[in-house]
Design a protein around this ligand. Structure first.
Ligand code: PXP
Length: 238
């Protein structure tokens, strides 16, 4: 499968929500990212609507023809939104109101019933389902048992470690190999930036890179087109 860079536009919405206005529009940012070569767009509609709004998700579905990935908590309320919007894929993430951003992987193992129900409902509607998990073998096997088509491996700890990240990289590589052997598509995401993406891009099993903050931050200074193009080159270089 060809490798994809999917650009998360949540932080464009964060800037807009700072003034509760209409600019900058994450939908416009998404179209610019696609023109620059992004292979897809991601948006996370949080329960508290702190950045992305319902209107954004509906418009994104209309303008993103390549690959629109909807990130959501594994709840019945969010399932209703997903079934209505019909993204190409859903990534199930844990969500806590007090967190700054998604802090850990989804605990699939202890919520097999609830998560399984949501995976089944999405699949019956033809929506690809992915679980966002730590590089933990048991969580990956549980995701496979539930019938998810893909996993996104949480790279937050790898990103936080800076140069002392060999252990984390090894864990991500082992997790990617296990997932791939089980027939899952493998993505990575969280905290990936222009400096730390290289070793992840060298992992052959990884087919999807979900990146937001680093691209949106760079886009502020050099423009979306250049920010996406430079990241895509790094992702494909692996
Ligand atoms: N993947 C998932 C599941 C996420 O929750 C996030 C953060 O919203 C990202 C990827 C993107 O992380 P970052 O903004 O650090 O690139």
């Amino acid at each position: 499968m060809a490798r994809r860079l999917v650009v998360n536009v949540d932080h464009v919405a964060t800037v807009r929500q700072a003034r509760l206005g209409v600019e900058p529009d994450p939908v416009t940012a998404a179209t610019l990212a696609l023109v620059a070569g992004a292979d897809g767009i991601v948006a996370h509609l949080r329960e508290d609507r702190r950045h992305v709004q319902d209107r954004d998700v509906r418009l994104l579905r209309q303008v993103v023809h390549q690959h629109f990935c909807f990130e959501m908590a594994a709840t019945q309320d969010m399932l209703k939104v997903a079934l209505d919007v019909r993204p190409d894929s859903v990534t199930l993430v844990p969500e806590r109101r007090e967190e700054l951003t998604t802090e850990g992987g989804l605990d699939v193992l202890t919520q097999m019933g609830e998560v399984g129900e949501i995976v089944r409902a999405l699949q019956e509607s033809g929506i690809r389902t992915c679980t966002f998990v730590d590089p933990d073998f048991e969580q990956i096997k549980a995701s496979h048992r539930l019938g998810a088509e893909a996993i996104e491996i949480h790279t937050g700890r790898y990103a936080e470690r800076g140069p002392a990240r060999e252990d984390e990289l090894r864990a991500i590589g082992d997790a990617a190999r296990l997932g791939s052997r089980l027939g899952l598509e493998i993505g990575v995401g969280h905290g990936i930036d222009y400096r730390n993406v290289g070793p992840l891009a060298a992992l052959p099993e990884v087919t999807e890179f979900s990146i937001g903050h680093a691209i949106v931050s760079r886009a502020l200074l050099v423009g979306m087109e250049r920010a996406v193009r430079e990241m895509r080159e790094l992702v494909l270089a692996g």
